[in-house]
Design a protein around this ligand. Sequence first.
Ligand code: GUN
Length: 303
Amino acid sequence: MTAQIIDGTAIAQKVRNEVKDKVAARIAAGKSQPALATVLVGERIDSATYVSMKQKACAELGMTSYHKPLPADISQEDLEKLIKELNADPKVNGILVQLPLPSHLDEERVLQLISIEKDVDGFSPINLGRLAQKGREPLFVPCTPYGCIYLLKEAGVTIKGANAVVLGRSNIVGMPAALLLVKEDATVTVVHSRTKDIPAVMKNADIIIAAIGRAEMVRGDWIKPGAAVIDVGINGVPKLGPDGQQMISPKTGKPMQRLVGDVNYEEAKEVAGFITPVPGGVGPMTIAMLMANTLRAAEIQDK
Ligand code: GUN
């Protein structure tokens, strides 16, 4: 059996096209152009790359973005002051504080300060608390887990009643993914670094969401035949040449890397029913869902 590959790039493009059309329609109807404020503290290359991709997506979809780059040594007080200004600014619909923040800053205090109507990342304790409660709905769902569920639905995977295993319990992916799966009526197990006998726990999983940050940890023989495997991992591993030696970039002289997920793709695709590739699976969905959330923020604030 070879798994059906879930094409995250194509599905993300579909979401982006839908958002773009809705943005154009609201502007044609005389409503405001949705606007996202991106807050980047410090100069981490990965964070700067993600933020610039988010700004570019805004431009492509007809939305505005306001970029707020801040020095790595900004004080808690000054960062909180900026968040309060963005909360009060009627031109700003969504606020995204790129994580992680430098260690001297109190991330929890920053996230809880973001107005829930502008919390397009869905990380405010109120939005996450509502996600955790029966009969309550958050205004926004965190973008990566939202993208994972969207991919499952697009692939036609039945979530209701399924046994789901989430690997990882991070605030950004694992925990909200587990909560979302419960809301969708799955029976959910969360696996983490202290879980005993992970392969045994996974044997019965109809759905696997892997977000544990360990390269190719999930082996093919851990997977139930026919399971749907959503791989959130993005891990750099050494790129080896045909001779088995580390490849060196002729341009930079540095060791070359290739990206792999948390799942051993070559093994898993022979067993799973559905699988997301890395890259080209969950990755593109995060920004697509952020764009959908930013449009939603503008719609909420119209009222
Ligand atoms: N860092 C890693 N993923 C995310 C995300 O989805 N949102 C924000 N704000 N920071 C992140």
